[in-house]
Design a binder for this molecule. Structure first.
Ligand SMILES: NC(=O)c1ccc[n+]([C@@H]2O[C@H](COP(=O)([O-])OP(=O)(O)OC[C@H]3O[C@@H](n4cnc5c(N)ncnc54)[C@H](OP(=O)(O)O)[C@@H]3O)[C@@H](O)[C@H]2O)c1
Length: 303
């Protein structure tokens, strides 16, 4: 089968013929679409905390077909999605709704779970709550705007460039700003932060009392230290979320959240935003779109 391999940190992806994956109690999926996640960019650059052994086939989120033609989507623990076939744990296989394309299926589970679980289990989002979302036009961000709207929140979106503002508004954000123009006095109940770095540090001043910052990712660089005294003094909280570990430690909770999300997708309240679809051969261009911050929604490879 054809697959995109990463041989070394900072190296190019190379399309090669490799043996089919060993099934070994798993389910073999013919991959029709593989979502690129920012974690894949970090792995390629050697910046991911849990680096895989290289050479490796990256890609943690796919949609495709089982051998009997059943349409499915899955999170592929251990990656392997940037290939024609991948072996997936049976428990991770979720039916792809009839109304969904393969590209949408490869843009759904990881991003929407990463938005939905923190907003429903770690923070108290109620009708009228103000939810501030960073990188709001991206994969997790575009999902977070939609999930927060399903909870009745007022969503304020923040992004890195002005071209992304309209996408955020079209997804349901009431207001959208580039980071430099984001007001201080937003009074957010929740800040959902996939960006990290200085933006993360500035978030606490944008919370109203009893608000929470949820740290999801550090696309812009490591998180600065936060003193508990600062949290106590401001009556605010900090939560962290990492789906990979939750999948291992509490698969039942994740399964419950998948069920909720499928229900919301079915009603039309949610819809994955597919920003670009490229053949596997164009993986360099696809990764460049995400890494250069030009992508909106999800960039999807079609093996
Ligand atoms: N904790 C978890 O379980 C989990 C799960 C999935 C993803 N994540 C994390 O969530 C974040 C978003 O993931 P995603 O796959 O949906 O990616 P994405 O949001 O589609 O792309 C990353 C976005 O981060 C923003 N960004 C800010 N500073 C950046 C920088 N210096 N370099 C590159 N991008 C920068 C860019 O948006 P702007 O230009 O608008 O700033 C960019 O579009 C990542 O940090 C990822 O690692 C965490």
């Amino acid at each position: 089968m054809r697959a995109a391999l990463l041989d070394e940190v900072d190296g190019p992806f190379e399309i090669r013929d490799v043996p089919e994956p060993v099934v070994d109690g798993k389910v073999l999926v013919r991959v029709r679409a593989a979502g690129i996640n920012f974690a894949d960019v970090l792995v390629r650059r050697g910046r991911y905390p849990q680096m895989p052994e290289l050479p490796a086939i990256l890609g943690s989120e796919i949609a495709g077909e089982l051998e009997d033609g059943t349409r499915v989507m899955a999170i592929t623990s251990g990656a392997g999605g940037y290939a024609e076939k991948v072996a997936v744990d049976r428990a991770q296989v979720v039916p792809l709704p009839d109304h969904a394309s393969f590209a949408e299926g490869a843009s759904f589970l990881l991003t929407f779970l990463t938005a939905h679980i923190p907003l429903t289990r770690q923070a108290r989002v109620r009708p009228g709550s103000v939810v501030l979302v960073y990188a709001a036009a991206g994969g997790v961000g575009s999902a977070a705007i939609q999930v927060a709207r399903t909870l009745g929140a007022r969503v304020i979106a923040a992004v890195g460039s002005a071209e992304k503002l309209d996408v955020c508004r079209s997804l349901g954000a009431e207001e959208a700003f580039v980071y430099d123009e984001l007001p201080e006095d937003i009074g957010a109940d929740v800040v959902l932060d996939p960006v990290g770095g200085d933006l993360f540090a500035s978030s606490f001043a944008r919370l109203r009392p009893l608000g929470t910052v949820i740290a999801i990712g550090s696309a812009a660089g490591a998180w600065p230290q936060i003193e508990p005294a600062r949290l106590v003094g401001r009556n605010v909280g900090l939560a962290g979320f990492y789906l990979g570990r939750l999948l291992r430690l509490d698969p039942e909770l994740v399964g419950e959240a998948v069920g909720e999300l499928l229900g919301l997708w079915h009603t039309g309240a949610l819809k994955p935003l597919v920003g670009a679809e490229l053949p596997l051969e164009e993986i360099e261009q696809a990764h460049a779109l995400v890494e250069s911050r030009q992508s909106v929604g999800k960039v999807v490879l079609l093996p």
